[in-house]
Write a protein that binds this ligand. Structure first.
Ligand SMILES: *Cc1c(COP(=O)(O)O)cnc(C)c1O
Length: 230
């Protein structure tokens, strides 16, 4: 049952918060519902979930129209520039800003809708070649440029850690992301807040929380394994 799964995840979040001496209210659970049908999302909704994460524009659009209006949609996947305009006024946050050209497109489209778009910068802390995300050393200069975009608000950082057998292996990367956000916050830029650290998935969210995660993105732990073949 999805509601039981959510309960279990919330309990583990609480335990990790206690361990990290953090308040549970500082950690937002994002239910990652990609590939799952609206009936399952509704079960999560009935169990109290209001924040959902998706990684495909088309899927956000379809589910957005079918789910209640008080759901917050978070775009957590790689975003193509030509698709920004479809979701710009439908998502609460874009977690995956990783290029200046993408930031420029978001700025343009947000300006057109007269909104300020909350975004996270995706950082490739693990330095895996196949992954998206800014290399650590490029994040600071990136912030220096994008902080002046009037229709983008940089709220923090996001990372996708590699899948590992022992989640402890990802602790160093989470710690590094946290440190980077502290360094950026110290610059006191207007328009940059660094209050959000989006890190941790089903396999490693407890470790991420003890390293300061404020948003954890949990899919499998709530909805079960995904089947990409259907
Ligand atoms: C799919 C996905 C998740 C959730 O992964 P699980 O291991 O199923 O919890 C989290 N973040 C991103 C960016 C994803 O694409």
């Amino acid at each position: 049952m999805i509601s039981d799964n959510i309960q279990e995840v919330q309990t583990k979040i609480k335990t990790a918060c206690d361990k990290g001496e953090r308040s549970q209210s500082d950690v937002i659970l994002i239910a990652v519902s990609k590939t799952k049908p609206v009936t399952m999302l509704m079960e999560a909704y009935e169990a109290g979930c209001r924040v959902f994460g998706e990684n495909k524009v088309q899927e956000i659009l379809e589910k957005h129209d079918q789910m209640p209006a008080d759901v917050q949609w978070h775009m957590i996947g790689h975003l193509q520039r030509n698709k920004v305009r479809y979701i710009i006024d439908k998502v609460a946050m874009i977690h995956s800003v990783d290029s200046l050209r993408l930031a420029e497109t978001i700025e343009q489209e947000a300006a057109r809708k007269n909104i300020v778009m909350p975004v996270l910068l995706e950082v490739n802390v693990a330095e895996e070649e196949t992954k998206f995300g800014l290399p650590v050393e490029e994040v600071m200069p990136f912030v220096e440029t994008v902080k002046d975009f009037p229709h983008i608000h940089i709220c923090g950082l996001m990372t996708i850690a590699p899948y590992v057998d022992d989640p402890e292996e990802n602790r160093g990367g989470f710690r590094q992301l946290n440190k980077l956000s502290v360094d950026i916050k110290a610059k006191n830029h207007n328009n940059v807040s660094m209050n959000v650290l989006s890190m941790g998935m089903t396999n490693d969210y407890e470790v991420a929380i003890t390293e300061g995660a404020t948003m954890v993105r949990v899919g499998t732990g709530i909805f079960g394994e995904r089947n990409y073949s259907i």
